[in-house]
Design a protein around this ligand. Structure first.
Ligand SMILES: Cc1cc2nc3c(=O)[nH]c(=O)nc-3n(C[C@H](O)[C@H](O)[C@H](O)COP(=O)(O)OP(=O)(O)OC[C@H]3O[C@@H](n4cnc5c(N)ncnc54)[C@H](O)[C@@H]3O)c2cc1C
Length: 409
């Protein structure tokens, strides 16, 4: 009998896992708390091993066809004069603009659409109780009904409620003392089709405008320790951003006007999730729910794709789910630790407090792109190989995809 697997969360990690488990012949149900598919979110990066997984899934070309077109980031001053510019490929694979950048909603749509033939999606529902027994997990859903599954995988993002239900307070949240608001606004003549613009205002604030499709994608970042505003209503979060950025200068009037009208607003407290274990009994965690590295790392989406690949591959290899979960953790831990290794000072350097700090940051950035310094910096950044050897599970490795017999079939 093929395993019955419940996945919660239909953003990146959940649908990627559904795709792989479906290919391995398992019965997959995906439950997502949002009432319908969510299109929002801005640029996410797919790097290194994440890109290899996309190749093995056969979706690399589709992603490449929908990349945002961003080729560089220009750091501008109040008068919109470029003080420093970093191009794609500067500083090797770890540079700020990845070769494969796509809007989160576009990537999620590709994954959901590609996995739908082998997975049942249920939007607008969530788990309210779990009873993990020797023969399966009895799951109670908010919309009513109770069903037994062989395994439950929570891919619910940084604030996962199922993680709390199963692991209590085992997850340690490491705050990076930043709030970010993401939304889209209509393009203006100052926007470029291929160059993002980054503007710093004093008091640790930044405005990041990125190209992509027929809109300009905004990230407003404010330095502030988390104080619970991530749980407020979007209208309250928007009001706080409006107040915080009111005197930021540059193109802020246009940005705040767009903020009021934006219907794709997403707001989060930036931080990381660290856990001593990612599974308990028949329940495992995947993606940001298990090991959020934060947008500062540029690695969250690659971790989600690679984690889904490894977890599914190990489940296809092992009849015993505990052995599969242990192998998933053994393979992923070093890669996750490397991705989470964001210097605590990083956010402070990116968000200076004073005008002098901003000038210093821009001088240093400009210097770092000068040929001699750049080649040294690139060598330093490129010399670290990724701490993962992607196992070959025998599916999707060649263009045609080698079919592996499903566990239990
Ligand atoms: C709407 C949205 C916009 C985003 N925008 C950006 C962005 O602009 N830039 C960036 O770097 N990162 C963004 N992210 C985060 C990024 O997608 C992740 O860091 C990364 O891709 C890892 O994905 P994940 O699937 O593990 O987690 P997430 O992408 O956080 O997805 C978790 C999913 O689980 C669902 N969920 C949560 N709780 C439950 C529950 N109890 N039951 C069922 N479902 C639940 C959520 O609605 C969500 O769909 C965004 C995430 C979301 C959900």
């Amino acid at each position: 009998m093929a395993r019955d697997v419940l996945i919660t969360g239909a953003s990146v990690a959940g649908p990627a896992l559904a795709w792989w488990l479906g290919r391995y012949g398992m019965n997959v149900t995906v439950v997502e708390r949002a009432p319908e598919f969510r299109d929002n979110g801005q640029n996410v990066d797919i790097r290194g091993a994440g890109r290899v997984v996309a190749q093995r899934m056969g979706i690399e070309d589709e992603i490449a066809a929908r990349t945002t077109g961003e080729k560089a980031i220009a750091f501008v001053d109040e008068k919109n004069e470029v003080q420093a510019q970093i191009d794609v490929g500067d500083f090797g694979a770890g540079g700020p603009t990845a070769e494969l950048e796509i809007l989160r909603g576009d990537l999620s749509r590709i994954l959901v659409e590609r996995s739908r033939d082998k997975a049942r999606y249920q939007f607008g529902d969530r788990i309210t109780a779990l009873d993990d027994g020797p023969d399966g997990v009895d799951v109670t859903f908010e919309k009513g009904g109770r069903r037994r599954f062989d395994l439950v995988i929570a891919a619910e993002g940084i604030g996962s409620a199922t993680r709390t239900l199963v692991f209590g307070d085992e997850a340690r949240r490491k705050p990076l003392d930043l709030y970010m608001g993401y939304f889209s606004i209509p393009p203006a003549p100052t926007d470029s089709e291929d160059t993002a613009r980054w503007f710093n205002a004093p008091a640790g604030r930044s405005v990041f405008l990125r190209p992509g499709g027929d809109a300009t994608h905004v990230v407003l970042t404010a330095q502030q320790p988390p104080d619970g505003r991530e749980d407020l209503e979007p209208s309250e979060q928007k009001a706080w951003l409006r107040k915080t950025f009111a005197d930021a200068g540059w193109e802020i009037a246009r940005v705040l006007d767009g903020l009021d009208k934006a219907d794709d607003f997403y707001f989060e407290a930036i931080g990381q999730v660290k856990m001593d274990r990612w599974s308990k009994g028949r329940v495992a965690l995947l993606g940001d729910a298990a090991y959020c590295a934060s947008p500062i790392s540029g690695m969250g989406t690659s971790l989600a794709l690679v984690g889904a690949y490894v977890l599914a591959g190990e489940l296809s290899r092992h009849e015993d789910h505990e052995a599969a979960f242990a192998a998933y953790e053994r393979i992923m831990r070093p890669y996750v630790e490397q991705a989470q290794n964001v210097p605590k000072l990083g956010p402070r350097i990116a968000q200076p407090q004073t005008r002098f700090g901003i000038a210093l940051q821009q001088w240093a950035l400009d210097l770092s792109t000068k040929p001699l310094v750049k080649s040294v910096a690139t060598k330093l950044m490129s010399s670290k190989p990724e701490k993962i050897d992607l196992p070959n599970y025998g599916y999707g490795v060649d263009a045609g995809g080698l079919k592996t017999p499903a566990v239990g079939d």
